[in-house]
Design a protein around this ligand. Structure first.
Ligand SMILES: Nc1ncnc2c1ncn2[C@@H]1O[C@H](COP(=O)(O)OP(=O)(O)OP(=O)(O)O)[C@@H](O)[C@H]1O
Ligand SMILES: [Mg+2]
Length: 394
């Protein structure tokens, strides 16, 4: 595994988060892709080179794992601007969508070209890069429960996947051959638990928590998962998933601000900023005047928080011996104040949030990193022992 680079990738319905190598680089890419039927016209190279590659991911993907092989895609911010872009349908299975693989391969290829992972020797032809990865990733509990992780893993391991950069600044014409030396697919709820109780070397950092029964409510862009952890393990039968995230509410706020104030916000991200920033929270500028949108944000977010709270209550009822519930995911950052105040007025459950919204959002990607690094460390140790045995028996 000497030339293998670590990749820990969380393909979220809303965005992909990835950690690479020794954690020296990371990627955050909105989970949006658009099929290109024809090649895009090539833009003047000078104009192109000033742009950031990550905002202009334009690729052809060749892989036997895909249902549509050799298709051309715009990925991330570039796809947002296309009229035919697709976001993941919350009802569909992550493990069975080409979109999941396209996002995954795009992120690895970007990492490879930006680091020239391939050392000089395996950069055979100038524009070809061979990149070997040891991958830690995850699937929703529901899919792992159905055994989908097995097929997902083997199709990744089984072949070489090629990403060719088309009209992307700096990387135009480069081809990356991605090969996996090892792939680990973890259930999402379990990963969150690991991140809570262990540090990067998998030392236990939270002794109090490790043998307790705890709940983890992960509120994402399009979906919410509640995991029940008991005996240091996810209780498969108790886990619950809902097709309810925070994206719809953010979109509703954006629309209402437009109708009421005539102000068009660029994206859901802008809405998040208005709700969570420290200064001028819940305010926008309208024709140069500072204007409150608190009535709009409060009503819509409270509505969603109530729905989320109902789910928590149901799960807690069926797992009455739970001691604490941790709220993770980007949605938890957005709903934090509302959920806390609901809880104060209602059941008074023992619930906990993360101070830093980044921690919430990167929870899975960081957990996969811990798990895959630990896996590598253990297998290297085992290899060394094997070598010692062989040499001492000589
Ligand atoms: N820094 C931030 N603070 C608060 N909210 C954010 C922040 N960044 C993103 N969000 C919002 O959180 C939501 C996404 O959360 P998250 O990244 O956890 O979802 P996901 O994991 O991609 O989706 P899912 O869990 O449904 O698969 C988005 O709607 C986004 O707008
Ligand atoms: Mg998520």
């Amino acid at each position: 595994m000497t030339n293998s680079r670590i990749a820990a990738v969380d393909v979220g319905n809303d965005s992909l988060k990835a950690n690479f190598g020794k954690m020296e680089s990371e990627l955050y890419i909105p989970n949006v892709i658009a099929r290109d039927v024809e090649d895009r016209p090539v833009i003047g190279i000078e104009e192109l080179d000033e742009k950031d590659p990550i905002d202009n991911i334009h690729i052809r993907v060749h892989s036997p794992a895909l249902k549509e092989n050799n298709a051309i895609y715009r990925v991330g911010n570039l796809a947002t601007k296309a009229h035919n872009s697709t976001e993941l349908d919350p009802g569909s299975g992550k493990s069975e969508e080409d979109q999941t693989l396209v996002m995954l391969f795009a992120s690895l290829a970007l990492d490879a070209v930006s680091n020239e992972v391939g050392t000089k020797s395996n950069k055979n032809k100038q524009n070809m890069i061979d990149a070997n990865y040891t991958l830690g990733t995850g699937l929703p509990l529901r899919e792992v429960k159905e055994g989908k992780d097995v097929g997902y893993r083997s199709q990744l391991l089984g072949s070489v996947h090629q990403v060719e950069f088309l009209v992307t600044p700096r990387y135009q014409g480069k081809k990356v051959n991605i090969k996996f030396d090892e792939v680990k697919v973890y259930p999402e709820g379990f990963a969150a638990f690991i991140n809570l109780v262990m540090d990067n070397d998998l030392n236990i950092i939270n002794k109090d928590l490790i043998d307790r029964q705890i709940l983890i409510q992960d509120i994402g862009g399009l979906s919410t998962d509640i995991a029940v952890i008991r005996n240091r393990n996810v209780d498969d039968d108790k886990a619950q998933g809902f097709n309810l995230g925070v994206a719809e509410s953010l979109e509703a706020i954006r629309e209402e601000i437009y109708t009421k104030h005539g102000v068009e916000l660029d994206s859901r991200r802008d809405v998040v900023d208005i709700i969570t920033r420290n200064n001028d929270r819940h305010h926008i500028m309208v024709k140069g005047s500072r204007t409150s949108v608190h009535d709009i944000t409060d009503r819509i977010l409270l509505e969603l928080a109530k729905k989320q709270y109902r789910h928590l209550r149901n799960v807690w009822q069926r797992n009455s011996q739970s001691e604490i519930c941790y709220f993770v995911g980007g949605g938890s950052a957005v709903l934090k104040d509302y959920l806390k105040s609901l809880n104060n007025n209602l059941d008074g459950f023992n619930i906990e949030f993360f101070e830093d919204s980044g921690e919430s959002i990167w929870m899975m990607a960081n957990a996969y990193y811990k798990l895959i690094s630990d896996f590598i460390a253990k297998s290297e140790k085992a290899e060394k022992k094997e070598e010692q045995k062989v040499s001492s028996s000589k």
